[in-house]
Design a protein around this ligand. Structure first.
Ligand SMILES: [Zn+2]
Length: 239
């Protein structure tokens, strides 16, 4: 496995594209090494098949510019946070040795998303415990980011990544999942408003962009507070 700067971990193939695809594209364009770890194969999805989604996911990975895309083969719609799954995920995190791990939001509609958020945090901690799975050298990521895109709870983003220049490419990656998304108005955490799904994705990104006075954005939450050295240099106007 490749060592990377940023590892995005998600329950299902297509989650990363929807929630943080623009951020991954932007990071790769700046020379950061990125990778994706999907926890399940998507075998319980209503549309398409796991095989079809595998092909879609690898096409999307090329568009996102990631170094690697792996799958942990946990049961779809049955992800649990146990010592066994934490150890499995910790081993994968150690091999990628990321500084930053991107995880789902702590709350969400699909139980896999909620559990994955907690599992990623716990596995990242466990990855730093040398005596667990001692045959793989320990590595604890420096920081965990939770994607807030499409979430309805009232958590204010800690920050928003400007993806104005990356949005069309992100949408191209989302469109790889034609078996899931063509002709639909809802998917995962994306609640329907009657528009085609791709338009909903665009409008959500435009909303998050407006929070930082830019065209498109992807929102994140961190449990840690952001540090500032020079308040006179702060961005995003109040008026
Ligand atoms: Zn999902």
């Amino acid at each position: 496995m490749t060592r990377v700067d940023i590892l995005a971990v998600a329950a299902h193939r297509d989650d990363v594209e929807l929630t943080c695809g623009g951020t991954l594209i932007k990071a790769a364009a700046r020379g950061r090494l990125t990778a994706i770890l999907d926890l399940t194969q998507g075998e319980t999805g209503t549309r398409g098949s796991a095989e079809l989604r595998a092909a879609e996911a690898s096409r999307a990975a090329e568009i996102l510019g990631v170094q690697a895309r792996e799958n942990l083969n946990l049961p779809d719609a049955g992800i649990v946070n146990t010592p066994a799954t934490r150890a499995e995920l910790a081993k994968a995190i150690r091999r990628f040795a990321p500084r930053v791990v991107i995880a789902p939001a702590a709350r969400g509609r699909h139980p896999d998303h909620r559990v994955t958020a907690e599992l990623v945090r716990d596995a990242s901690f466990v990855a730093g415990l040398a005596k667990i799975e001692p045959h793989v050298p320990k590595h604890r990521p420096f920081k965990i980011l939770h994607c807030l895109t499409y979430r309805e709870h009232d958590e204010k983003p800690t920050f928003v990544v400007d993806i104005s220049d990356e949005f069309e490419r992100k949408l191209e990656a989302v469109r790889c999942y034609g078996s899931q998304f063509d002709g639909v108005t809802q998917a995962g955490e994306v609640f329907p408003n009657g528009e085609p799904l791709y338009d909903v994705v665009r409008h959500h990104a435009a909303h998050y962009g407006s929070l930082i006075r830019t065209r498109y954005g992807e929102p994140y939450y961190t449990t840690e507070t952001m540090r500032v050295d020079d308040v006179a240099a702060l961005e995003v106007s109040t008026f």
